[in-house]
Design a protein around this ligand. Structure first.
Ligand SMILES: [Zn+2]
Ligand SMILES: [Zn+2]
Length: 269
């Protein structure tokens, strides 16, 4: 069963289309279950052009939904001229609040290189998305899988967007300290609840107010006690409770803090 409703909670990064919401009715059904769990608003992410179109359509259809549009780093080869032109249009839409998810992912390069894009292709796509975030004044939402050093180096070298979010933050404490020092926002997903991830809970503990978000990354990253099962925004409460406990914070206060950060990060401009 889901946790008790936590009024005002947010989901900063989810994939409604991949979780099965591809029509307006399906979007409304998933959002209605989330609202019953207290979720006030959520950001849905497109990781390919078709998914970005669905994310934007969902955001235009349902007032609780905001969109992030980009081509995922593992799909960076899809970022052709037509995709660049269309993404530029989508990001200009007021319902699109972030350029994401972009970033770097070396995991698949090491394991199944034919399923992903080479690192230099990923980096070129990342730099293009960073420029788009800067020129549009929208937040930059980053994916990082086993690419701490490479990603932090590109970010240090590239122009600085108005907000930089490290989604599904899973890096070591030293990387977190550097990211926080630079003013980035860390968004924690269901893996913060996993027993072995002590260090990640320590990162959540030290993250200052205003630099913290939480997310489901649904349909992936299902939190305990549902690990291995289906994820959706309605079960964000388990991650919220875990993060609140790690921070020694009342969950209602955490919800308020997250709502303020969501508002600042995604709704300027
Ligand atoms: Zn990701
Ligand atoms: Zn994601």
């Amino acid at each position: 069963m889901p946790a008790d409703p936590i009024p005002g909670i947010v989901d900063a990064h989810t994939h409604l289309a991949s979780a099965g919401a591809r029509t307006p009715e399906e979007v409304d059904a998933i959002v209605a279950r989330a609202v019953a769990a207290g979720v006030e608003k959520l950001c849905t992410v497109g990781d390919g052009l078709a998914e970005a179109e669905l994310a934007l359509a969902a955001a235009q259809h349902n007032e609780r939904v905001f969109a992030a549009c980009a081509i995922h780093p593992t799909r960076a080869r899809e970022l052709d001229d037509a995709a660049r032109a269309r993404l530029t249009e989508m990001v200009a839409d007021p319902r699109c609040v972030a350029v994401g998810e972009t970033g770097l992912d070396t995991y698949w390069i090491r394991h199944e290189p034919e399923r992903t894009a080479p690192l230099e292709v990923q980096e070129e796509a990342l730099r293009w998305h960073i420029d788009l975030a800067v020129s549009s004044g929208k937040a930059l939402m980053l994916h990082n899988r086993e690419a701490d050093e490479e990603l932090m180096a590109v970010l240090a070298d590239a122009p600085r967007p108005v907000e930089t979010i490290l989604h599904c933050f899973s890096s070591p404490l030293a990387v977190a300290e550097e990211a926080l020092e630079r003013g980035y926002v860390l968004s924690f997903a269901g893996n913060v609840t996993f027993k072995r991830n002590e260090e990640l809970r320590e990162v959540a503990r030290i993250t200052p107010r205003g630099q913290l978000l939480i997310e489901t990354d649904a349909p992936y990253m299902t939190p305990e006690p549902f690990r291995g099962g289906r994820n959706e925004p309605a079960i964000i409460g388990h991650t919220a409770l875990c993060v609140a406990e790690a921070r020694g914070q009342d969950v209602a206060d955490l919800a308020l803090e997250l709502s303020e950060t969501f508002q600042r990060v995604y709704q300027r401009g």
